[in-house]
Design a protein around this ligand. Structure first.
Ligand code: ZN
Length: 297
């Protein structure tokens, strides 16, 4: 009963946008990558209950959790890579089916020379409103100049680009060096008009991520980190130093954390309980994201 009351209070007093979530096309992941990834996932402690994770992947479950947590809108990421595979068409279809509840971000296969044109089609024809890239999962270094035409296209389309930074639970499948946040400093230097969003409060590369966010007016970061990290890191001094307009709320649904299944309301309650001003909470929960998206519409 207490949890229901908390969710109700959030809903009544504070608008909340979850800017980081995945709905994975799990049948396709298993069909394409088969036992390789399934057995791989089973070897990762946080994925020990893969059946439970796959059971959580439905849009109905996401909507239920959004409602429970008082989340009004969720940003859904497409992903052209293993494990988190989700096509632009799949994400756009969910956005169409539940108007107003989801904002879709595209992804592209970065090895495809047509990637910039595919991104344009995803934005213009499918109505997607951002680009999500996962350098380690998609196996590329984000400061590779071969990516510059794609970033230029995103800038011209006036959409933000989200980069995974920091560690992943995907073991030998990925290289951490590709997730080093300081690589994005070079991208931000060359694209001062491109909105760049780092993820997960840096996933253990916290300070390196905050350095990039602090340095560049066009670089933001989402709070899709473990609750203990949110509690330890997000204090008034850090938020004001790095930039009170730079932090946006996200949860990385449906990823497990701290040995538990994903629950969006835990992240909402965690931010709510921080000893920071109401103003800062409002900015994190919705204000900063609305501002950065508004400047793009
Ligand atoms: Zn994610």
């Amino acid at each position: 009963m207490i949890l229901i009351k908390t969710a109700f209070q959030n809903k009544a007093t504070m608008k909340i946008i979850n800017t980081h979530a995945h709905l994975i096309e799990i049948e396709k992941v298993l069909q394409d990558d088969g036992q390789k990834y399934l057995s791989f996932l089973r070897d990762i402690p946080t994925f020990s209950a893969i059946e439970q994770v796959t059971a959580m992947l439905s849009v109905e479950n996401l909507l239920h959790q959004m409602n429970e947590a008082g989340v009004e809108q969720t940003v859904l990421f497409a992903m052209y890579g293993p494990i988190l595979y989700s096509s632009n068409e799949f994400v756009a279809g969910i956005c169409r089916k539940y108007p107003g509840q989801f904002i879709g971000y595209a992804s592209v296969d970065i090895t495809n020379p047509e990637a910039p044109a595919i991104l344009e089609e995803a934005v213009v024809k499918l109505g997607l409103r951002g680009l999500k890239l996962h350098p380690p999962l998609q196996n590329f270094y984000p400061n590779n100049k071969a990516l510059w035409p794609l970033y230029k296209k995103a800038k011209n389309l006036n959409i933000p680009v989200v980069f995974h930074v920091g560690t992943t639970p995907f073991g030998n499948l990925v290289k951490l060096s590709q997730a080093y946040p300081v690589l994005l400093d070079e991208v931000a230097n060359d694209f001062p008009d491109l909105t760049i969003i780092l993820t997960h409060l840096g996933t253990l590369w916290h300070n390196e991520s905050f350095m990039v966010v602090e340095k560049h007016p066009n670089v933001y970061i989402d709070t899709a980190a473990y609750p203990y990290e949110i509690r330890e890191l997000l204090n008034e001094n850090l938020l004001r130093r790095v930039g009170k307009n730079k932090f946006i709320f996200g949860t990385d649904f449906p990823m497990p954390y701290e040995g538990k299944m994903h629950r969006i309301s835990d992240f909402v309650d965690c931010i709510e309980a921080l000893t920071i001003s109401r103003e800062l909470k409002e900015l994190i929960f919705h204000g900063n994201f609305e501002t950065l998206m508004k400047s793009k519409s």
